[in-house]
Design a protein around this ligand. Structure first.
Ligand SMILES: NC(=O)c1ccc[n+]([C@@H]2O[C@H](COP(=O)([O-])OP(=O)(O)OC[C@H]3O[C@@H](n4cnc5c(N)ncnc54)[C@H](OP(=O)(O)O)[C@@H]3O)[C@@H](O)[C@H]2O)c1
Length: 392
């Protein structure tokens, strides 16, 4: 009991307390025939946003019109969905991920599904199965590396169906994927890539992550640590730690299993990839142990849903900035480095996902598993409002 109380206290301290999420999901609701009638008759140019009323889904849905997209909104909770659809004036369809035939039936009305419901450990596969059967392009905003690795294994299926599967069209990994490819293209036969993320470059008050990201984080942290070395993902017992000067100050950097270990390997072909974050405190060993049990994960999920704020407040979205530094090098000792300054990650995600959705609707896509920089090039990230890049 003492341990549980400590967990609650520690997590409450991490997050400013916010209102509980009281919406009870309707897991087995059948498709509403009246709402089915409102789905588009022809799929060209049509987008379904699944998970539309989540923190990030709502941000994307609210911005869609700026990119010339009038989506149909979907998700498993009819009340939350209808409230957002009424606010934005879009059609909507309540839909659960455990009814494959219904998912296929709905997706067959759309050219693209933007799957923004996570943790993707649980949500990715049913939507991928349905997208494949319906012949619908698929994008998501996952950062869960094990999920992306599993998606990569489905490349041949999506290529054969002549549709694109592009995960991670949010902050993970659009800016990093583009920056990594940019430096890789300036070095002959690069064999090493290092990326540093400084999420505290321009700090702001308020929550840093959403509840959905916190729960996806639990899924990532509860799995064995993997590193990319010589073209393969290898397990490690401890993350590497290094000291490096960043912005004129010595900093401690800690290796993190960021999704680029899969996506930038696909985009650049570089066999050894390291991603570091500026150290911002250490996670207690007991918390890590707790995450690695099913009951501990369930408890922490409840704490997140009950006590964490929904996501970064508007003021933080407008002011927070992240710094990324990428370096590619080769065996001859040549190297190229560049930095990117990005806006707040959720605001960036709203834009980056829609920029890519727009490209797909305009006919710019490639069949199979693809990464953002692989299809749209290293300069794609510069289209996102507030992103800048400098050679170092
Ligand atoms: N790549 C990036 O940079 C980036 C940026 C933002 C978010 N994300 C990821 O996107 C996901 C969503 O984040 P968020 O900020 O929107 O979180 P959120 O506010 O907690 O919303 C989660 C959404 O997913 C839905 N959902 C969860 N499990 C579901 C299931 N089994 N079936 C159907 N719907 C389900 C939720 O519906 P209910 O309310 O009905 O449970 C809700 O609509 C997370 O995995 C997060 O890590 C990634």
């Amino acid at each position: 009991m003492r341990k549980i109380a400590l967990v609650l206290l520690a997590l409450c301290a991490l997050a400013a307390c916010g209102p509980a999420d009281s919406g009870a999901p309707d897991q087995r609701a059948a498709l509403d025939p009246a709402l089915l009638q409102t789905l588009p008759a022809a799929r060209a140019g049509q987008v379904l946003i699944y998970g539309a009323y989540g923190f990030t889904g709502a941000g994307i849905s609210r911005l869609a019109a700026d990119y010339g997209i009038a989506p149909v909104l979907a998700g498993r909770n009819p009340e939350k969905l209808q409230a957002l659809a009424d606010e934005l004036g879009y059609a909507y369809i309540p839909l659960t991920l455990d009814r494959h035939d219904d998912l296929v039936r709905v997706l067959s009305h759309f050219e693209l599904v933007m799957h923004v419901a996570g943790p993707y450990t649980y949500t990715a596969e049913p939507m991928l199965d349905a997208a494949l059967e319906a012949g619908t392009h698929y994008v998501d905003i996952t950062g869960e590396m094990h999920v992306i690795q599993a998606q990569l294994a489905r490349h041949a299926q999506f290529a054969a169906a002549n549709i694109m599967l592009m995960p991670a069209v949010g902050f993970d990994v659009v800016p990093t994927d583009c920056l990594n490819l940019y430096v890789a293209q300036q070095v002959r036969a690069p064999d090493h890539l290092s990326l540093v993320m400084n999420t505290a470059y321009q700090a702001a008050e308020g929550a840093v992550i959403s509840r959905g990201t916190a729960k996806s984080g639990l899924e990532m942290l509860s799995r064995p640590l993997l590193l990319r070395e010589d073209g393969v993902l290898v397990p490690a017992t401890e993350p590497r730690v290094q000291q490096r000067e960043i912005n004129g100050q010595m900093q401690t950097l800690v290796q993190v299993p960021w999704a680029d270990l899969v996506t930038s390997w696909v985009s650049t072909g570089i066999p050894t990839i390291e991603v570091y974050q500026l150290q911002q405190g250490e996670m207690p060993a007991w918390l890590l142990r707790l995450m690695r049990t099913d009951w501990g994960k369930a408890l922490l999920g409840w704490v997140i849903d009950t006590f964490f704020p929904e996501g970064p407040p508007p003021q933080a979205q407008q002011t927070r900035q992240v710094q990324l530094i990428a370096t590619a090098s080769n065996a001859a000792g040549d190297s190229a480095s560049a930095q990117m300054i990005t806006p707040e990650p959720y605001l960036l995600t709203f834009h980056s996902s829609l920029i890519i959705a727009r490209r797909i609707l305009d006919g710019h896509w490639e069949p199979g598993f693809r990464t953002p920089a692989q299809v749209y090039g290293a300069h794609l990230a510069l289209e996102i409002p507030g992103v800048s890049r400098q050679d170092l």
